[in-house]
Design a protein around this ligand. Sequence first.
Ligand SMILES: C[S@@+](CC[C@H](N)C(=O)[O-])C[C@H]1O[C@@H](n2cnc3c(N)ncnc32)[C@H](O)[C@@H]1O
Length: 205
Amino acid sequence: MGKDTLPKNWPAGISYLLQPSYAPHVTKPQFQATKSRPPDLATEIPREFPRGPSSLVRIALIHNPSHPANGQAGLFATKCLPPGALVLPYYGQVHHSSNVAHEQSDYDLWLDRDVDLAVDAEKAGNEARFVNDFRGVSTRPNCEFRECWDLRRGERSIAVFVLPAGKNTNKKLVAGVRKGEELLVSYGKGFWGKRRHEIEGEGTS
Ligand SMILES: C[S@@+](CC[C@H](N)C(=O)[O-])C[C@H]1O[C@@H](n2cnc3c(N)ncnc32)[C@H](O)[C@@H]1O
């Protein structure tokens, strides 16, 4: 892919995806499950939603010693994003989550628990792989990963959404994301519990 078709600050060595990729071990029934819309899945990526580098966000390196991901990258709003807005889909490699050859990466999100499919953006993905967790950065998340139905591809997907108005954490109403503000989600206590466990394990080996 040409340099101009990559988002600014896209890292060398990671493939930029314009759509999900599928691991070769994904079975036909699993693939078909991604193409079948659950009746209760109301959230959609509209047909006209643009593909390719997003104009709503930018990847930036964090140079801030008080930021817990200092030295890494994060994702920042290039314009004001209203509550509830769809920001961008989360692309990566769709894979069988209990595939023994695959160790869960920090870029792994569930796509369909019924058929054990997850999306891993460690080696290939889009800008959404740079969304950091709010802990140590802000008092609350301003975005969330949400399951949705991609009308462009007729496919189940995960996307980053601004938290809707009225959804509050720490009793504060979420008011969208300001221009220049970092997009932050909650990875969940499970993510950090596993991380703590791994670090403690390293200490004892
Ligand atoms: C999905 S990546 C996010 C993008 C990452 N910052 C990068 O540059 O590739 C998840 C990793 O980001 C880092 N990270 C994200 N949020 C963090 C936080 N609140 N505190 C510490 N590290 C964080 C951790 O290293 C975590 O494993």
